[in-house]
Design a protein around this ligand. Structure first.
Ligand SMILES: [Zn+2]
Length: 277
């Protein structure tokens, strides 16, 4: 292998060659509310997430000893407090994800900050721990998002789509956020979310695509950052995909499966150590 490339390779804990995170956006009804939906049947699709799918997902994660990251809108936490408590009780990470899944790019700066503070307060009191991670609803930023996250003590963002490995954002007032990039390719919504505009895809080929993407990122030493929605991945035919993916990841040699908070903390330590040298 070429030394320049290997010198640039991320270094993962315990001699792992790559990392993998299972993340879940527990949007419930807000995924639909944010699209202007108020009709009860359409909203009930969102309710499927916390009520029907979440207990099964938590059980699967427990059986496989996987620690995951859950991003929860404040509205959802207030309407399903037991769901938040169950996630926290199993040792998973909880991160901020707006209030009613509003697009921050449409909001005035004061409103964006109010929502961030509300979500920190609601999730800290229900989850018992102050969130350190932020995922924007619909993966959209305003010009103020990153400075706001730094100002309110966040450690990482999981929103950008420009890399396969984490990196540090340019510092704001001397502090940098870690970015743990995502991709629509590793998200369940583009394949399975049904809004009446196109047909639902069959789970088998989607699972195959995810495994191929995972293999490629693992070979390159990056982070496979899966983004799932309990209301979407929790349908039995797709839950089978999730089970297979977790099984596949667990049987992949030298792979570090961790929460985004753990990945971010590791990346920051590594970076700070390398700049101190
Ligand atoms: Zn969401």
């Amino acid at each position: 292998m070429d030394t320049a490339a290997s010198a640039n390779r991320p270094i993962w804990p315990k001699d792992a060659r790559a990392a993998c995170a299972f993340t879940f956006d527990l949007d419930a009804e807000t995924l639909w509310m944010a699209r202007g939906v108020s009709e009860p049947v359409a909203l009930s699709q969102g309710r499927f997430g916390p009520v029907e799918a979440l207990p099964r997902i938590l059980n699967l994660l427990r059986q496989n000893a996987v620690r995951a990251s859950f991003f929860i809108p404040a509205w959802v936490a207030q309407h399903y407090p037991d769901a938040v408590r169950a996630i926290a009780a199993d040792g998973h990470e909880i991160g901020c994800h707006g209030d009613e899944h509003e697009r921050v790019s449409d909001l005035p700066p004061e409103r964006e900050e109010q929502i961030l503070l509300k979500s920190l307060e609601v999730l800290t009191s229900l989850g018992g721990k102050r969130p350190v991670g932020y995922r924007a609803p619909a993966w959209q930023f305003s010009a103020n998002t990153l400075p706001l996250l730094v100002r309110h003590g966040f450690d990482y963002s999981s929103n950008m789509m420009d890399r396969l490995s984490p990196y540090l954002h340019p510092p704001v007032n001397g502090r940098s956020l870690v970015e743990i990039p995502v991709s629509w390719v590793l998200d369940d919504a583009p394949f399975f979310m049904f809004t009446g505009q196109r047909s639902i895809q069959a789970p088998g080929p989607v699972l195959q695509g995810w495994i191929t993407e995972f293999d490629g990122i693992t070979e390159l030493g990056g982070v496979t950052n899966f983004t799932f929605h309990p209301q979407i991945i929790g349908r039995p035919s797709r839950f089978a995909c999730l089970r297979e993916l977790i099984d596949f990841a667990r049987h992949t040699p030298r792979l570090w499966i961790a929460s985004l908070g753990e990945i971010s903390a590791h990346w920051r330590r590594l970076h700070e150590a390398s700049t101190a040298r």
